[in-house]
Design a protein. Structure first.
Length: 465
C-alpha cells in the first residue's frame, strides 16, 4: 500500500519549502498552531515535501525521541568550518549522537546526581539574595534583564567555579551577542567570513569562548582538586575503562551547559513571575503556603517537598512557556511516522508549546492553573519542557531546584506588577522571551495584589481574562 502524501500548505513557486522557513522563524508559534489546526498532528511545512515535517502528538514525539539510531539531533543553523573553534564549542552533548553521545553523557551524569545538585542550593540562595537586595520599592526593573543577570551569576559560580562579580559581566555580554548571532536570519542566509557579517562575528566569539574555557581548565587541572563546581567534576570524571573527557570535550560540554542552562532558566523565571503577577489568587495562595512553611526564609532542599503549590506553579509555567519553543531531528534513514513515509534527510520538528496545549491532555489548556498538578501525572512525551527519552535534558533537576528557590525568595520579599497599559509580545525564534524585556514595578510584599490588563501577542499563549 502506497503511503499518502504529507498534508500541508502549498509550496511557494521557485522557492519551494525553503520559502516557508523564514516565515516560520519569524513566528514559530503562530506557524505551528496554524499547521496543527489546519492539517493535523503530522504535517509538512510545504504539502507533499518531506524536507521539513512537524509532529504534534505524544506518540509520534515518543518515536522521534526514543529511536535515537534513526533520528539524529542537529543544532547549528549555519555551516560549521572544520577544525574551527566554532565547530568545537558547538559539538557538546546537544549536538552528539550515537555511541559518542551515550559515552559523554555517562561521564557527565555524576555532576548532576541529586546529592551533587542539592549542594548548589546555598550558592543559588546567596546569589539570589544579593541580586534582589538591590531592588527598591517604587522603581521599575526589567525583569528579563534581572533574571538573565541572576542566572548567569549562578552559572558562573556553580558550573564554572568563578566569582560572578569579577567574571560574570563580560561573559553576560558575550553570551547575549552569541545567541543573537547564532539564530540571526542573516547568519543562516549569508554564512560568509566577510567583515561586518554576523557569521564572521559568530566565529570570532567562538574563538574567545574557547580561549576562556581552556584557561579555566588549565587552572583547575593545576589545582588538582574538586572545587565543588561542575567543571571541576567533569575534569576528574572517568569511565570504567579509565577514559576521560579531553580538553576539546570539556570545552564543548562546558560551553553547552553554560549557554543552555543560563538562557533557558532566565526565560522560565521571567514567565513564571509574569504569570503570578497576572493571577492574584494564585499568588496569594502561594504566599500563604510559603509563609506557613518558611516564615520568610529561603527553603531548604528538604522543605521544597512541603511546597506543592510552588511545585505546581513552576510546572504550569513550564507547560505554558517552555523555554525552548521547538526542537529538530534529522532522519538518518527512511522511516515511517504515523501513516507517512519520510525519506532519509527529512527534518522532523516537535514542539512542547503545541503539545502542552492539547485539550485532550490538559483541560482548559490556555489557563494558568497550577492546582492541576495535584491530580495529573502526564506521560513522559505529554510534558516536554526538558524533552524526553535518552536525550532528556541532563540539567533538568538543576533547573527545577533553581526555579523553585528563586521564585520562593522573590515572592516572599517583593510584589511585582506590570505598568498600566503594558504590552507584552512573545517572541523567539527558538527560545521563549518577552520582546524587548519585561518592565515591572517593584514593591515590598504587602499583598496588595492587582491585575493589569496586558496587550500584545502573549495573550495568544495564555488566557489572561
Amino acid at each position: 500500500m502506497t503511503a499518502p502524501p504529507l498534508p500541508g500548505p502549498a509550496a511557494l513557486p521557485l522557492l519551494g519549502v525553503y520559502g516557508k522557513i523564514i516565515p516560520f522563524m519569524r513566528d514559530p508559534v503562530g506557524q505551528m498552531r496554524h499547521l496543527q489546526r489546519t492539517y493535523g498532528d503530522i504535517t509538512a511545512l510545504a504539502r507533499g515535501r518531506p524536507r521539513v515535517v512537524f509532529v504534534f502528538a505524544p506518540e509520534q514525539i515518543r518515536q522521534v525521541l526514543t529511536d535515537v539510531e534513526t533520528f539524529y539531533t542537529i543544532t547549528a543553523p549555519a555551516p560549521v568550518p572544520k577544525n574551527s573553534a566554532f565547530a568545537r564549542v558547538t559539538s557538546g552533548l546537544l549536538a552528539m549522537n550515537g555511541a559518542q553521545h551515550a559515552q559523554q553523557r555517562r561521564l557527565m551524569m555524576p555532576a548532576f546526581h541529586k546529592k551533587r545538585v542539592d549542594a548548589y542550593r546555598d550558592a543559588m540562595v546567596t546569589l539570589t539574595e544579593q541580586q534582589i537586595a538591590g531592588w527598591h520599592p517604587g522603581e521599575t526593573r526589567d525583569l528579563l534583564a534581572e533574571m538573565k543577570q541572576l542566572t548567569i551569576a549562578i552559572a558562573v559560580q556553580t558550573l564554572l567555579g568563578l566569582d560572578p562579580q569579577r567574571d560574570g559581566r563580560d561573559l553576560d555580554h558575550d553570551l547575549a551577542e552569541w545567541l543573537r548571532l547564532f539564530f540571526a536570519p542573516l547568519t543562516m542566509a549569508v554564512p560568509l567570513q566577510l567583515p561586518g557579517l554576523p557569521y564572521r562575528r559568530l566565529l570570532t566569539l567562538a574563538e574567545k569562548f574557547e580561549r576562556q574555557v581552556l584557561a579555566m581548565i588549565q587552572r583547575k587541572r593545576a589545582g588538582g582538586q574538586d572545587a565543588g563546581d561542575v567543571l571541576s567534576l567533569l575534569i576528574q570524571a572517568h569511565d570504567a575503562d579509565g577514559s576521560r573527557l579531553t580538553d576539546a570535550d570539556l570545552v564543548a560540554q562546558t560551553t553547552t551547559l553554560f549557554v543552555a542552562g543560563h538562557i533557558t532558566t532566565a526565560s522560565a523565571l521571567t514567565w513564571t513571575l509574569f504569570l503570578l503577577a497576572q493571577h492574584p489568587p494564585v499568588l496569594a495562595a502561594l504566599l500563604d503556603e510559603l509563609d506557613s512553611t518558611l516564615q520568610g526564609a529561603a527553603p531548604t532542599v528538604e522543605q521544597l517537598s512541603q511546597l506543592p503549590l510552588l511545585d505546581g506553579v513552576v510546572h504550569e509555567s513550564l507547560r505554558l512557556f517552555p523555554p525552548l519553543m521547538w526542537s529538530l531531528r534529522e532522519a538518518r534513514r527512511p522511516v515511517t511516522v504515523g501513516r507517512y513515509a519520510l525519506p532519509k534527510g527529512s527534518w522532523v520538528v516537535f514542539s512542547a508549546v503545541t503539545t502542552h496545549r492539547r485539550p485532550d491532555l490538559y483541560p482548559q489548556p490556555y489557563k494558568f492553573w497550577p492546582e492541576r498538578w495535584q491530580t495529573i501525572d502526564p506521560a513522559p512525551y505529554e510534558y516536554l519542557p526538558f524533552a524526553g527519552g535518552p536525550r532528556r535534558c541532563i540539567g533538568a533537576s538543576f533547573a527545577l531546584l533553581e526555579l523553585r528557590l528563586v521564585v520562593a525568595l522573590i515572592v516572599q520579599r517583593y510584589r511585582l506588577a506590570l505598568p498600566a497599559g503594558a504590552r507584552v509580545d512573545h517572541v523567539g525564534p527558538v527560545f521563549s522571551f518577552p520582546k524587548g524585556g519585561l518592565p515591572m514595578i517593584v514593591q515590598a510584599q504587602d499583598r496588595q495584589f492587582s491585575k493589569v490588563r496586558v496587550r500584545g501577542t502573549v495573550r495568544r499563549m495564555v488566557d489572561l481574562r
